[in-house]
Design a binder for this molecule. Structure first.
Ligand SMILES: [Zn+2]
Length: 141
């Protein structure tokens, strides 16, 4: 009997794609008419108004820090401080996520710094014990 019971983690957000073979990636939707890129699918381009021309596209794992904030208060059980960031990906797509592997110190973080997307199993499972794959940003060396 084939060993086939390794359960894949689930994506923590809809725009995280986990192919059967290959690495996970962030998936955006691109307007064929004007080239605008969005997270999440939609019928009509909010940039140019064209309908039915939106296709899924694989987003880059590299980008630049657009803006961030250091979070000092959060829900119980969430370690603080952490860095909440918005990143502009190369080639298009703006994604919010946490910036890791950097001190939560404004002296260490600058707007426009090069970052990359990394994928990790989320620290918590859901109530049914399912694992989730999540993503973070970290500084590019
Ligand atoms: Zn468009």
């Amino acid at each position: 009997m084939a060993e086939n019971d390794s359960v894949k983690p689930r994506p923590i957000v809809r725009f995280l794609a986990i192919p059967d073979d290959g690495d996970p990636y962030l998936e955006g939707h691109k307007c064929r008419s004007c080239g605008a890129i969005f997270l999440g699918s939609r019928e009509t381009c909010s940039s140019c108004g064209t309908s039915g021309e939106i296709e899924a596209t694989r987003l880059s794992n590299q980008g630049e820090l657009y803006v961030y904030s250091i979070v000092h208060r959060s829900f119980p059980g969430i370690d603080v401080p952490y860095v909440s960031a918005i990143v502009d990906l190369e080639g298009g797509g703006t994604v919010k996520g946490n910036l890791i592997n950097v001190e939560p110190d404004p002296e260490k973080i600058r707007m426009g710094m090069p970052v990359e997307v990394v994928y990790e199993i989320a620290p918590r499972k859901d109530a049914e014990g399912n694992e989730y794959l999540t993503y973070y940003f970290q500084p590019r060396s």
